[in-house]
Design a protein around this ligand. Sequence first.
Ligand code: C2E
Ligand code: MG
Ligand code: MG
Ligand code: MG
Length: 278
Amino acid sequence: EVKSNGRGAACRYVPEIRERAEERRALEVDLGMALERGQLALAFQPVVEAADEHIVGFEALLRWTHPVLGKIPPDKFIPVAEDTGLIVPIGHWVIREACAWAAKWPRHIRIAVNLSPAQIDDPLLLEVVAQALADNGLEPARLELEITESLFLNEKVSTIERLAALKALGVRFALDDFGTGYSALGYLHKAAFSRIKIDRSFVSRALQPNGEASAIIQAIVSLAHSLDMATTAEGTETREEFELCRSLGCEQVQGYLFGRPMPPEEATALVAGVLVEA
Ligand code: C2E
Ligand code: MG
Ligand code: MG
Ligand code: MG
């Protein structure tokens, strides 16, 4: 808001910065207690097969209800969790909780869990994932770990090794928010992704008359297919967007058209009684 470089402006600006730093510090402290105080919850958003519009999975999305501030959006608290390292213990909880719920669902319904780059560096991650699968009797192939391209920004041997060790458990990998970040593509063959998630920014522009976004979706689908990967179109809000994505070859879609992130009980009820097709 304050654009002037004059001294008066600077003086008015400083308390604002301090306020923001204090707000952030308070958020860090509160987030540190959120898990043990039961303020964190998972919401599950349906993932749908484009061909028949049946639910094939859910993505686990973290929710924080702050006792005073109310619901805080992930885009606000996940960065705090990443910067403080709290994402590691919180992430362990997310993995265990997500696997426990998925174990209650029909066997063809998979669960996707988001992982921040800092979680891949966590030496306990492999053990936590293996244990969560074993404790719940969940087939590893039903767990899909979503990571973003930013993971490959500083090419570390340990990153590739950790992904390979996870992969050896039998879990799958999806590349989240594809097309928004680094996109150097060189890493694509190293980590053996099963799926590319096409970012919502392309899907929401897909119907624009200039056709740019739909050309990008088409290119991503073709890249994915040539590397034996499937695609999911994120943030599908309208039937028109869905039909376009389907016609461009996206196998799966996810978005408000088919369901918002919902409480675990609701997700479980939604797929209860769905028979596994032979
Ligand atoms: P993401 O993994 O790309 O998740 C998809 C986001 O798009 C979710 O936002 C979801 O609610 C939103 N979304 C889905 N369909 C639609 C739609 O049709 N329209 C619109 N406008 N939005 C839609 P959410 O839940 O706010 O999560 C934001 C991000 O926070 C996630 O993006 C993910 O990167 C991160 N995140 C969430 N939970 C976790 C977690 O457990 N661990 C980690 N490391 N990150 C998480
Ligand atoms: Mg995701
Ligand atoms: Mg995404
Ligand atoms: Mg994301």
